[in-house]
Design a protein around this ligand. Sequence first.
Ligand SMILES: C[S@@+](CC[C@H](N)C(=O)[O-])C[C@H]1O[C@@H](n2cnc3c(N)ncnc32)[C@H](O)[C@@H]1O
Length: 267
Amino acid sequence: MTNAIDKKIVAQSFSRAADHYDDVAHLQREVGAELLALLPGNRHYRRALDIGCGTGQLTRHLCEYAAHVTALDMAPGMLDFARIHHGDVIADFICADADALPFAPASFDLVFSNFALQWCASLPGLLQRLHTQLQAGGILAFSIPGENTLWELKQSWQQADPSHVHVNPFLTLKEVEAAIVAAGFEILHLGQDRRTLYYANARALTSELKTLGAHNANNGRSTHLTGKQRVAAFITAYETLRTAEGLPASWNIISVIVRKPVLDRSS
Ligand SMILES: C[S@@+](CC[C@H](N)C(=O)[O-])C[C@H]1O[C@@H](n2cnc3c(N)ncnc32)[C@H](O)[C@@H]1O
């Protein structure tokens, strides 16, 4: 369950994406709003952390749920954008890697993260550290893309260029559940929701992913420019999946709300 992700590449491509991310992040916004609506606790949190806050649009809404919100992201460009546009409501901004959080244990009663934890090294290890960051009774809420997300893109690249990994790997619901249980959380909500987006052509999809900053940062990726012939083969392979609505791109979104037990042996 360890992700061989190049963090420098992730931070660079999200920093570059900051100015246009909100123009295309419709799915991310929708899923984030649904996750916020599922939060228990009547909007009465004291200290909340948003991991991978991105442009801060969702963090702004998180501020309606908690008295003090910390926005954290490892992409300086994203954090600058969030500070400029939402610094009026967000209490503080931290540029840090979620795999090395700079907070004392029990600092938060809510940790929130939308579409970001899939970029971390290992979900089981991260959930154990987030358990420590939460006060007893505190809530962790997150969404991540799960197994089979963008399978059409992955399959088309596999046909065109079998020797390289072109799509980051995603966890199964069972793997996510096992990591939650092993970290000692109580599950309040664990769901997966399949959505399909449609595109006029493969380039429209890949260019949208680029605008979102969703660069392939996997260590098995090709480090050379993808050749013209391979791109043409990729487009041909993707075209075989065309439907009446256009070229499909599947998302399988896993959403999670868990609680650190009040009587916890480790707290
Ligand atoms: C897809 S964006 C999601 C942004 C926002 N949460 C939303 O829902 O629109 C993912 C964000 O997570 C950040 N990120 C990725 N890996 C991270 C890590 N290890 N630590 C901190 N931030 C990370 C990226 O820089 C990016 O801003």
